[in-house]
Structure formats: C-alpha cells, structure tokens
Ligand binder design. Sequence first.
Ligand SMILES: NC(=O)C1=CN([C@@H]2O[C@H](COP(=O)(O)OP(=O)(O)OC[C@H]3O[C@@H](n4cnc5c(N)ncnc54)[C@H](O)[C@@H]3O)[C@@H](O)[C@H]2O)C=CC1
Ligand SMILES: Nc1nc(O)c(N)c(N[C@@H]2O[C@H](COP(=O)(O)O)[C@@H](O)[C@H]2O)n1
Length: 622
Amino acid sequence: MGSTSGVFGETRADDRLHQAEQETERDFGDTSKQAEVHENSPADNARSSRRSMSTALAVEQQDPPGATEAAASSSRAVNGEQNSASVDLPGQSPQSLFDNPPNLARVRKILFECQDQIEITLREFETYWPFVDNVWVKQKTNASRGGHYLTEYYMCRLRRPTHRSSETRPLPEGKRPRNRRAREGGLCNVQIKVVRVSGAYPMVKIMRTPGSESAHSHDLDCIDRLKRNSGLMEFARRESTKGFLPSSIFTKFNEEPAKLIDAGGRFLTVTDVRNVSAKWRTQNPDIELIPHEGYELVQGQGIVKSASDAASTAVGGSSTGAAATTTTTTTTTTTTVTTHLPPDTLSFPCFPLEFLQSYLPKPSKRREFPHVTLSYASSMDSKLSLLPGMQTVLSGPEAKLMTHYLRSRHDAILVGVGTVLADNPGLNCRLEGAGGFGGLGRMWQPRPIVIDPMARWPIHPGCRMLRAAVEGKGKAPWVVVTPGAQIDPQRLMMLKSYGGDFLRIVEYNQNWRLRWEGVLRALASEGIKSVMIEGGGTILSQLLNSEYSELIDSMVVTVAPTYLGRGGVSVSPESKLDPDGKPNAALNPREVTWTPMGQNVIMCGKIRQPEAQQQAGGSAST
Ligand SMILES: NC(=O)C1=CN([C@@H]2O[C@H](COP(=O)(O)OP(=O)(O)OC[C@H]3O[C@@H](n4cnc5c(N)ncnc54)[C@H](O)[C@@H]3O)[C@@H](O)[C@H]2O)C=CC1
Ligand SMILES: Nc1nc(O)c(N)c(N[C@@H]2O[C@H](COP(=O)(O)O)[C@@H](O)[C@H]2O)n1
C-alpha cells in the first residue's frame, strides 16, 4: 500500500489555489479569457477544455444572461402555465430567440444517458429538465412519509407503445385522425428515478432503476425526431406571444442553428411552431401576425429577408434558407459532444480559496502523525444529520466544491462505519481535473479510510467507494479493524482485488476503543501524510476532546443556516471542568476565521499548538 496523491502534491495543488484566485476575476462565460488563464497548466487546460456538468450547471453560482428567465420560463413550461394574455410589441424581440442555459447540448446528453447517479440542485433541475422531457415519460410518483423525498419514476419514451388514436378511442365528430404511426412499446428499456430531496438546499438525484437497461437502444436524435421538448417549444411560444408569424419564428430559429440544435430542435418544423402558438392566436384573434423586422412574407416563397437586408448581408447566397442550411452543416460538426466527463463532475471553484491556505497540510518535515483536518458540515445546533443513519445535505453548492477541493489536498479521507452505513459515500474528489474526472490516473484522489472495528460494513462491489475505484474515479478504501474482527476471506480477497485492504490496529484505550495515535501512526507508516476526517458524530465528538488536541491540526467546518433539532446526530466533545471544578469550554480553536460562502459560513481554526510552543512547554505526548 502507499499513497500517490501526496506525490502529485503541493505545487500543483498550490497552482490550483492560485488559479482559483485568478478565476474570481474572470468573466465566467468568456471562454477566450479562460483559455488565457489556463495557458500555464496542461492539467488545467485539459480541465477547462472539457467543461463539466456542474460548470454547465452553474446557474446557482452565476446567472449567465437570460438564465434566470430561461429557468423561469422553463419551469412555467413544465407546469403547463402559459401566460397567453401578455403581448410584447413586435420588433422589440432581443437579438436571439433562444435563452439556452449554459452547455445545454452536453447537459441534455447527460440527462438522456443518466449513466451515473446525477446530483443537482432543484433550480438546475428545473432549468434543464424541460429540455429532455421529450425523452422521459413519467410512470408514477411516490412521496416519502415525512415528505422529505418525492420520487418520480420515468421510462424512455420508446418503451411506451403508441396507438393510432382511432384504435383506442372514437374520434370526435368532424375530427380527422392524426397522421400518427403506431409504435410498438418495449423498444428501449431504460428507466430512471428522479428523487427530489427537500431541506435547506433542495436537491434532485437522478439514477437508473435496478431493472433498467444500461444504455438506450437509440440516440437522442431519435427522440428529438419523434417529439420536441418543452424547453425549446417554450422559446417558440414566447416569441409567438409577441405577435410574430409562426413561419417567421421558424425562419429566425433556423438562423441560429447551433442554438436550435443544442436545444434539441434539429427536427423542428414550422408546424410545431404553429401548434405551440395556436392557443395564443385563438385568444388574440384580432392581432395581425407579422414577420420579424427585416423579413417579409412573399407569396409562394414564405418568409424571406427583405430586399435591403438581403443585399447588405448576402455573401454566399441570396436565400435565407440556403444560408441557414450551410450554417447548420457547419454547426452540426461544432456541436458534436466529444468529451466524456462523468455527469457527477464538479467544476473547480471559481471563487477565492485563499482563506483555507494556512489550515491546509504543508509539504512537511518528517512527522510522526499525518496532518489531520476535521472537516464537516454542521447545523446551527451542531448537528450533522436529522437522524442517526440518515444523510442530510447541509453544504450549499459552493461549500460542496470547497469540500471537494479540501479532499484533493489530503492523502486520505476518514469516516466511521456509522457514516458509511448511513450515507454509502463516494469519498472521492469529483472536481474536474481530478483522476477519473478529466485528470490522469488517480491524481488528487484521496484514499478512503473507514473505522470499522468489528468489520460491520457489508462491503460489496455495488457500494460507491468500490464503484468509484473500478471506474478510475477514486481509490479503494482501507478498512481499519480490530484484531477480533471476523473478516470473511472472500470479502478480503474482493476488497484487495479493488486495491483496498483491511488494516488491523492493536492499540486500544481503556474503553476498548481504538487509540487514535495507533490509527494515525499506522496510516503514516503506509505513506499517508494528511487525513481529512469528515465524520460522523461519534468520531468527531471523540476527536474534539482535549486529550486529542495534539493530534488535530485544523478544522474546517461548514455551518448551515438551519436547526436540525434534538433528534439529530450531534458533534459535541465531553464537558470539561477547570482545576477548581468549574465548567470550562471543552475546546477553543485558535486563529479562527469565518468566511461566508453562499448560504453557508466556513469556520476555520487550528487546534494543535504550534511546534515552537510545544517545545517550550515540553513533549506533545498523548
Ligand atoms: N454533515 C456532515 O458533514 C457529516 C454527517 N455525517 C452523518 O453522521 C451520521 C453518522 O454518525 P455516527 O452514527 O456517529 O457514526 P460514525 O461515522 O461516527 O461511526 C461510528 C462508529 O465508528 C466506530 N468508531 C468510532 N470511533 C472509534 C474508536 N475510537 N475505536 C473503534 N471504533 C470507533 C464505531 O464502530 C462506531 O460505532 C450519519 O447520519 C451521517 O450522515 C457523517 C459525516 C459528515
Ligand atoms: N461537507 C459536507 N456537507 C454535507 O452537507 C454533508 N452531508 C457531508 N457529508 C459527508 O460527505 C460524505 C458524502 O460524500 P460523497 O459526496 O458521497 O463523496 C458523507 O458520507 C459525509 O461524510 N459533508
């Protein structure tokens, strides 16, 4: 066994910190600037050229022009709410008819494939889902008892059979049957569930159901050809409420082929635009529909550019249709998705992380124990989760990125078995550029360490840590056990085959608990120079006791603006009395900073005495 993340070590991680500072100054949407920033570092170039799902999904962090409105209009489309009474004056339409959220084509592909579990904020979900709602057909919805979760089950559209309407029900009088071909069901058996988690930070998790096929039997174009998504159609509907002719809207759409294709409109027809605007037209029969400024309706030709406009813009041809087709061809190649970052990739934080610097592991002189950082997220009442055995999201999107950055700066991430049983955590670094997320090998991937004295964890290939290991997105865990732990030889072989192992520690304290000195010394002897201890409550409450003060270097606590209540898992060391028997504070971290981050505040502090003081005050024995 041995650690490699330390080898990639300090200089590159420091580069990243420096780069994160630089990035705060740049315009997020300006890719030319990004290229400049990344010129110095090949790893970062690779990272920036393959923009991640979460970079794309950065609607929480910065609103690109139009994103807010797109989000709003998209969710309106989902809800079926259509403000058909509003009329904007023709000629006042903005330059683009599209409000595509960032990296739409890529996110559509990810939400079509749903290969790995996807975790996004509710707002991100509401922004992007309307652009793939042509793919997924809802089957059923389940609400959890406490109302914390809402689970919706969806199947691929090609799983559902369609019938000619006349076969299923009689047509109303005077209505012609739609020219719709019947489709057999079962052509694709991909099924997903969408779990909406409410709480301080409403989240949506999207994952395959156990019975689902591993891949669609077709591509996304196949669905886009069958049915248009409501995100795209909302753009058309919105434009129609300005009083424009459907054919003019269609023509204008085709003048922006890249955006049209990104939004799933490769197969859009003028009839689609007509249909989506029909309701508004019926409600506003007196409004005379007109072409867009610079266009005219010519009998027999449809919508064409007005003569003066055509003359000034014509380079390769006089017909709008021809120009659009040429561009479409060009754009088809440019919009092809060529990168394959996992959908759970997180963008590298683009806000300053300088405040963390003095609490991070240093390229160290030789030390007996690794650098130890306690890092967890806590509610206002010092709770880690709502209930024992339950995972609770307390970190907002920014704090989550920061935590993953911290993970990238440590050789190992340590948790107790209680946390593993409750959370099934990945314990890897999912920032873009880390190994498995656009990076090479397993660089910046920390080693997961699980304290499991009696080997209770029923470790199996489906658990997230092993899946991450097999997919090259993390290292396999080391499980710390006591000599008395019964380890089934098959389990041992299995864990070893993934690159993990069991570590037996023989040092106990008087409560039959493992001595932390023993655990940390064993890790140090395996080459671990830094450990980030994330939880849970039992482990953190122990380590915050003053008897361990000399083992803990720093703490980085994400404080969330919520009270989880008395039933939650708490972090609280033993009470302490001073020499006179009066109650005293159990622990007072030093060099404390508080840094606001989104809805959270990050509290950083130091616990171990500086070495100079230790030498002055005698040995730091524990
Ligand atoms: N908000 C956050 O940042 C985090 C929240 N959590 C939450 O915390 C909860 C889990 O916390 P807990 O149930 O307290 O479990 P835990 O993760 O602290 O594990 C407790 C177990 O670890 C072992 N253990 C701990 N210290 C030991 C020692 N000195 N020697 C031998 N074995 C030792 C024992 O088997 C003990 O039962 C979950 O709900 C989880 O979601 C966990 C980590 C971080
Ligand atoms: N920093 C932080 N914020 C929260 O809100 C949390 N719930 C946690 N939990 C810890 O992170 C682990 C999950 O890690 P993966 O995302 O699965 O890699 C979880 O087990 C806790 O240790 N942390």
